[in-house]
Design a protein around this ligand. Structure first.
Ligand code: AP5
Length: 192
């Protein structure tokens, strides 16, 4: 199963991907996690990405695609993968489609997690207190939400047009949302 998880910052992509990984037996690939690891390791790529991420803007398409290509070349993706945080704009969606066609592993389904803005802000403020992630401060969160609306939301239509989109209501306990996601994947029915 090759899945793309879509949704605004704080919608629960990372949380649900970690659970789906267990349920589906495929790796969770988060471009945000890959970038944060590069920042923590102080690699040249991480040094380039750090300030951009802290501002809540998108790291350049070329950097992220290169990183993703490297990750998809690893041996554990034979049975599929869950992509979290990619694609983030239409250029990335087209690049991913071309890349996956080349390796004959097209996306099966994109799952859009729907959560209202107020709750997104609440969740990210909660995480800021608990974990202190560098881009969870109010100004970066505002930027991330704006970038999502301007650049990432059009990706929803990209998958809708290909008949590969399901939408899942992302409000409720983590378990409730997981159940909805699994059901939507099983039935490929929660079209939106
Ligand atoms: P990324 O790491 O992808 O961050 P994001 O999209 O902003 O998403 P978050 O991790 O904030 O939210 P999430 O939807 O994963 O929710 P989560 O499960 O964590 O990207 C960070 C940055 O990296 C970008 O801004 C950009 O700079 C760069 N980047 C990454 N990918 C890129 C790309 N492709 N191109 C260019 N740049 C890229 O949950 C959030 C919080 O809510 C947690 O505290 C969680 O515990 C809580 N929560 C989750 N679900 C529930 C629930 N059901 N009930 C209560 N609380 C919940």
């Amino acid at each position: 199963m090759r899945l793309v998880l879509l949704g605004a910052p704080g919608s629960g992509k990372g949380t649900q991907a970690a659970r789906l990984k267990e349920a589906l037996g495929v790796p969770h690939i988060s471009t945000g996690d890959l970038l944060r690891a590069a920042v923590a390791a102080g690699t040249p790529l991480g040094q380039q990405a750090k300030a951009v991420m802290e501002r809540g803007e998108l790291v350049s398409d070329d950097i992220v695609l290169g990183m993703l290509e490297e990750r998809l070349a690893q041996g554990d993706v034979g049975k599929g993968f869950i992509l979290d945080g990619y694609p983030r704009n239409l250029a990335q969606a087209n690049a991913l489609e071309a890349l996956l066609e080349r390796i004959q592993q097209p996306v099966d389904l994109a799952v859009q997690l729907d959560v209202g803005t107020e709750l997104l802000i609440q969740r990210l403020a909660g995480r800021a207190k608990e974990e202190g992630r560098a881009d969870d401060n109010p100004e970066s969160v505002r930027n991330r939400l704006r970038v999502y609306t301007d650049q990432t939301a059009p990706v929803i239509d990209f998958y809708r047009q290909r008949g590969k989109l399901v939408c899942v209501y992302g409000v409720g306990s983590m378990d409730e949302v997981s159940q909805r996601v699994l059901e939507a994947i099983r039935n490929h029915a929660a079209t939106c």
